[in-house]
Structure formats: structure tokens, C-alpha cells
Design a protein around this ligand. Structure first.
Ligand code: C2E
Ligand code: CA
Ligand code: CA
Length: 627
């Protein structure tokens, strides 16, 4: 029997009931058993359910913790981001914003007239068009996303993006993110400015000039207008750089640019084309008289000296002019032709030159001559003629000057004044000078073999030779190779050469002087005639330029000048050489005027002649015994 039932029967004292109603009690006992089983089952399932609930609770607590961590991280990111974030509800009221957004709102005055709203943000957009488009989109396409760049009333530029805020399918608001790109924009514009402007003068550079010119030519083409180019080159800037340093050169350049600019109207373009080169672009009607006037004004602007501290510099400029469409159809063509006109002006001592097709021919001829010089160098076409220099009074030959001669393909001589400047410009002069030096030393050697051992031979050097340290090695090498006394070689340099690169020149000259070679200052009186240079550099001879000697016997002013030059030379203990003496009166005037040794070079005594003729002359006449 069920235990609980038998305990209850015992408590009631009805133990005999079992034998009275055995069936009934068995029935009741089984009900009890059944009930107890059910209770046990119930208990068990309660235990299981409570365990499960506990598990779930634990998991929920974990999730809660995770959520709290994530939310804290999100809040931190929300605040720490460089973007201004505004969350608006569907009515455009601000629900949430981060500190960047608050700063933006304050800067742009979004919350001035009440709480910050989406409508207020849109109103602060500077561009009316953009304001309208964004406001329309918010109303008409509530779930649309937009991005782009806008400027707000705080004058800052922003990269923006807005997107709907959704819960499932339901829109609950709209989030705006704005990223301030003002700094980036200003950096970009600085970079762009630098790419298209000259850093020294802040003028447009060559790249920008090309772009502007292309555009102007296009417009001119459509409207049948002309465009004029002034190509301006400052003369003498490199001398200022060499003598006083680049800083002084730079400040002079800036002043020069300012002076040119002051001659122009705002609509006219001034660009820096290169080192000392500027370009002016004028696209106006009736430009002809205007160009003349501007050129005159620019030249006048350079007549006053430039100053560094209180030190004055004189700077000149040369202008080449070309005009679209007559002188070229592309920026390159008209710029190139204005440049050619400028070069032509320089070569012919002019200040302004308009481009003509003749100038192009001249330039083409120069290119052709350059090619011919290369060939001549390869084929050893250059010859040396010698022109004796005689002593005053005795007329004995003291020296000879080696003068280059080049016979063109047609058999005609091409004068050195025509091709030497081209060789200098193209850098071929060094090769020419090397050949001349080699030949001259070879001639000295041959004279020695003929017993002529006291006639000097002078050779002309160019600016590129003497300002290049290599000349020292070349001269020493050729003199040694020929095995002749270095004292028989005289190197002639002109004053203008000396100014260009004084320290290098002085250094090279001193080294060669020490080796034994002598120097003559050529064309004296045509350059700066700076006496301090004369004193500073190891010259032995002073050659008075032909221009002072021509018509000397008839020109009293020239006579006074020549006397003064002779005095200087004598005081500096230099031997005078008068070149270009063509007649007896001139010869006599010179010989009567000089106090010390003087040499005469000119057609009156001897014309330049081939080496063989000169050698014969030397062998047949008495030569000087002065050394
Ligand atoms: P330069 O050094 O002044 O040479 C003297 C020039 O005067 C020579 O002209 C000569 O022929 C000329 N001459 C001589 N006597 C008289 C005269 O009585 N009357 C006149 N009217 N002229 C006279 P050239 O040979 O035509 O040379 C011209 C210039 O070319 C030279 O002037 C010199 O600067 C340059 N040159 C000549 N040969 C060389 C060379 O080998 N190398 C370099 N770098 N330049 C040279
Ligand atoms: Ca000479
Ligand atoms: Ca000369």
C-alpha cells in the first residue's frame, strides 16, 4: 500500500479498514501512487525550467554587458570622430549631435534663433542652387541618400553625406555627416598656385602662360582678333648674379618684374618665362600703337637704376615682338618667334625688334652654320692666318696674331665674326679653341726648327674658354706636347670675358702665367675699361681697339683718348699694341706719341697671311730681339 495512505490510516486509528475494504483501499492506494508520480514529474520539470531560466538570465546579463561596452565604444567614436554628425527626427528636430556638430552649429550660427534643426542646416548652405536641391530631396525623396561638397555660412567647405535613419523598413529620421575640408582645400589651392606660378615673382610661369595663351588664341580665332607677344630679356642679370650673388640678383629680378607690371593694364598678362625672361600677352584691338607705347614705357622703366641697399645697378632689357596670327598660329610658334626677334635685336644692338620672316632666315642660317662648324671640326677645315705685329720705329716683327680662317663649301671665307659667336652660343667654341691652340703651338715648333725662336704667337680665347678651368690643362698640354717655351705663347682675352666670371678667370690666368704664358687684353676701350681689372689680372699687353685707331690722324678727340690710354698702359707697365693701323700718318702718330714699347698691327704693315707666307717673311726679314 501507498506509504502516505497507510500513515494517514494509522494516524486516524483505522488500521482494520484495510481488511474491511481491501479492494477499495487498493484502488485508493493506486490513486495515491499515481498522484505521487505526477507530483514527482511536476517537481522535476520545475527544476529543469528554473535551471533553464537561470541560464537565460546569465546569457542576458552577458548580452547586456556587451551592449553597454559597445554603446560606450560607439558613443566615444561618435564624439571622437572628425566628422560633425547630426541626427534629426522625421520632423527635422535634432535628436542627437556630437561635439564636432555642436562646434559647427555654433560657428555657422545654426542654433542662433532657437534649437538646431535640419531646415536651419540647409539654410546655412551658401549656394542657393544646392540649398534648393537638398531641401527638395528631403521632402520628395525621404529615404534618399546624398553626398557631395558644400560650403556653409561659416565659410568652411565640407564634404557631406546624409542618409535616412531606419528601424527595419521604417524611417525614423535622417543623419547628416559633414567633414571640414577647408584646410585641405587651401593646401590644394596652394599646391595648384605653386605649380602654375613662379616662386620668386609670383607671376604666372611657363605652364600657366601656355594654358592662358592657348585659350586666348582660341578666342582670337573665333573673333578674328590678334594677340601680341612681347618677349622681354633682361641684359646683364647674370653679371649681377656673378658679381654680387644670387640674392641680390633675385631682388633685382623682383623689382624688374614690378617695373614691367607697372607698364601694363590688369587685362594684359605678364609671365616669367625663364631665368631673366618675361613674356607679356596683349589681346586688344588696335594693338599696334599700344604695343609701341608699352615697349617704350618698359624701356623707360629700366632707364632708372635698380638699387640693392644703396648700391645702384643699371639693367637693360631687350624686347622681341610677335603677333598672332601673322607670326604664328600656336603658342609655341608665336612665343618662339618673339624669342627669335629678341635674339636678333640683341645681336644687332637694338632694344625692340618686331618679328619678320627675315629673322627666321637668320635663325635658320645660324642653325645651318652650327651644323657646318661641327663638320668643319671633324674635317679639320679651320686654318690659321698670321698677322705680324711690329715694333714702332724699327718695324721689326715682334709677334704675330693667329686669326682663324674658314673657307665655306663655295670656297669663300666665312668671317670669324659670323661664326665665332655661333660657336660660342652652341658650346662648340671649346673644340675650336683646342684646335687653334694645337695648331698655334705646332707653328711655334716649326719656327723653332727654322731657327725663329723669338717671335711670339698670340691666340684669341673666348669667354667660354677662359671661364672654364679646363683651358689651363689644354694650354699646358699643347705647349708641352710641342716642346716650345711657354713664354712665346700669348693669350688674348677681351674685357667682357673678364667680367663674366671673375674668380675663375683670375684663377686660370694666374696658373697659366705661372706656367710662363703671357696675356694680352684685347679690344681695350670697347668694354667696361675697368682699371681695377687691369691691375688685378696678370696682363703683359694692352691692345687698343681698332675703333680708336681708325681715322686717328684726323680726329683730335680720338688722339686725346689714345694718349690717355697710352698713359694708363705705360703706368701699368703694359706693352701697347695698336691694331687696325692702315696708313702712315696713323703709324707715325702712334710711334711719336708712345713713350715706351709699342707694337703696331695693321694692314699698313702686314695683312693676315697663311703660315707659310709668314714663315717666309720671318726668314727673309730681321725679327725683333726683344722678348
Ligand atoms: P680681333 O682679335 O680684334 O682681331 C683683329 C681683327 O682685325 C682681325 O679680323 C684682323 O684681320 C683685323 N685687322 C687687322 N689689321 C687690320 C687693319 O689694318 N684694318 C682693319 N679694318 N682690320 C684689321 P678677323 O680676322 O676678321 O677677326 C675678327 C675677330 O674674330 C677677331 O678680332 C677675334 O675677336 C675673332 N677671332 C679671330 N680668330 C679667332 C680665334 O682663333 N678664336 C677666337 N675665339 N676668336 C677669333
Ligand atoms: Ca685679338
Ligand atoms: Ca682686337
Amino acid at each position: 500500500m501507498n506509504k502516505l495512505l497507510s500513515r494517514q490510516i494509522a494516524r486516524l486509528g483505522s488500521e482494520g479498514i484495510e481488511s474491511l475494504y481491501p479492494k477499495l483501499l487498493a484502488e485508493i492506494s493506486s490513486v495515491y501512487d499515481e498522484h505521487e508520480n505526477e507530483l514527482k514529474l511536476l517537481e522535476h520539470s520545475l527544476v529543469v525550467a528554473s535551471d533553464e531560466l537561470n541560464d537565460r538570465l546569465e546569457k542576458l546579463n552577458e548580452i547586456k554587458k556587451q551592449l553597454e561596452t559597445n554603446l560606450a565604444a560607439l558613443a566615444a567614436i561618435f564624439e571622437a570622430t572628425g566628422e560633425a554628425i547630426f541626427a534629426f527626427d522625421l520632423d527635422g528636430r535634432l535628436v542627437r549631435s556630437n561635439c564636432m556638430a555642436d562646434q559647427l552649429a555654433q560657428r555657422a550660427g545654426l542654433g542662433k534663433k532657437g534649437p538646431v534643426t535640419q531646415a536651419g542646416l540647409v539654410t546655412a548652405i551658401k549656394s542657393e542652387e544646392q540649398r534648393r536641391v537638398l531641401a527638395d530631396a528631403i521632402v520628395n525623396e525621404p529615404v534618399c541618400e546624398q553626398e557631395g561638397i558644400l560650403e556653409l555660412s561659416d565659410k568652411h567647405a565640407y564634404e557631406f553625406r546624409y542618409a535616412p535613419q531606419m528601424i527595419g523598413d521604417k524611417q525614423v529620421g535622417r543623419v547628416w555627416c559633414l567633414h571640414d575640408i577647408s584646410h585641405q582645400k587651401s593646401t590644394e589651392s596652394i599646391i595648384e598656385f605653386q605649380a602654375y606660378h613662379d616662386s620668386l615673382t609670383c607671376l604666372p610661369n611657363r605652364a600657366l602662360l601656355n594654358i592662358q595663351l592657348k585659350r586666348l588664341l582660341q578666342l582670337a580665332r573665333q573673333s578674328d582678333k590678334t594677340v601680341s607677344i612681347l618677349f622681354i630679356d633682361l641684359d646683364g642679370l647674370h653679371k649681377i648674379n656673378d658679381t654680387f650673388g644670387h640674392e641680390v640678383g633675385d631682388s633685382v629680378l623682383i623689382s624688374a618684374a614690378e617695373r614691367i607690371n607697372a607698364c601694363l593694364e590688369v587685362s594684359q598678362i605678364l609671365a616669367r618665362f625663364g631665368a631673366a625672361k618675361f613674356v607679356v600677352v596683349i589681346d586688344q584691338l588696335e594693338a599696334e600703337h599700344l604695343i609701341k607705347e608699352i615697349c617704350t614705357n618698359i624701356l623707360n622703366a629700366f632707364s632708372a637704376p635698380f638699387y640693392h641697399n644703396t648700391y645702384p645697378f643699371q639693367l637693360q632689357c631687350t624686347i622681341g615682338v610677335s603677333e598672332y596670327p601673322f607670326d604664328g598660329l600656336t603658342p609655341n610658334a608665336i612665343l618662339g618667334n618673339a624669342d627669335l626677334a629678341k635674339c636678333f635685336a640683341k645681336k644687332h644692338g637694338k632694344t625692340v625688334q618686331y618679328y619678320t620672316s627675315h629673322i627666321k632666315d637668320d635663325a635658320r642660317e645660324r642653325v645651318e652654320i652650327e651644323a657646318k662648324i661641327r663638320k668643319a671640326l671633324e674635317e679639320d677645315q679651320f686654318e690659321l692666318y698670321l698677322q705680324p705685329e711690329v715694333l714702332c720705329e724699327s718695324e721689326k716683327i715682334y709677334a704675330a696674331e693667329a686669326l682663324i680662317r674658314w673657307r665655306g663649301e663655295d670656297g669663300q671665307f666665312i668671317p670669324p665674326d659670323r661664326f665665332i659667336p655661333i660657336a660660342e652660343e652652341s658650346g662648340l667654341i671649346n673644340a675650336i679653341s683646342n684646335q687653334v691652340l694645337k695648331k698655334a703651338c705646332g707653328y711655334l715648333k716649326q719656327w723653332q726648327q727654322h731657327g725663329i725662336d723669338n717671335v711670339k704667337l698670340s691666340v684669341n680665347l673666348s669667354v667660354a674658354d677662359i671661364s672654364d678651368n679646363e683651358v689651363v690643362d689644354t694650354v699646358i698640354r699643347e705647349v708641352k706636347a710641342a716642346g716650345v717655351p711657354p713664354g712665346l705663347l700669348v693669350l688674348e682675352v677681351t674685357e667682357s670675358l673678364l667680367l663674366a666670371n671673375k674668380d675663375t678667370v683670375k684663377n686660370s690666368m694666374n696658373q697659366l702665367k705661372q706656367f710662363g704664358v703671357q696675356f694680352a687684353l684685347d679690344d681695350f676701350g670697347t668694354g667696361y675699361s675697368s682699371l681695377s681689372y687691369l691691375q688685378d689680372l696678370p696682363f703683359s699687353y694692352l691692345k687698343v681697339d681698332k675703333s680708336f685707331i681708325r681715322n686717328l690722324s684726323e680726329d683730335r678727340r680720338k688722339q686725346a683718348l689714345v694718349k690717355a690710354i697710352f698713359d694708363i698702359a705705360e703706368n701699368l707697365e703694359l706693352i701697347i699694341v695698336a691694331e687696325g693701323v692702315e696708313d702712315q700718318p696713323t703709324y707715325e702718330f702712334i710711334c711719336n706719341t708712345v713713350q715706351t714699347t709699342a707694337l703696331i698691327q695693321g694692314y699698313y704693315c702686314h695683312r693676315p697671311m697663311p703660315f707659310s707666307a709668314c714663315t717666309e717673311l720671318l726668314l727673309s726679314t730681321t725679327v725683333s730681339d726683344v722678348n
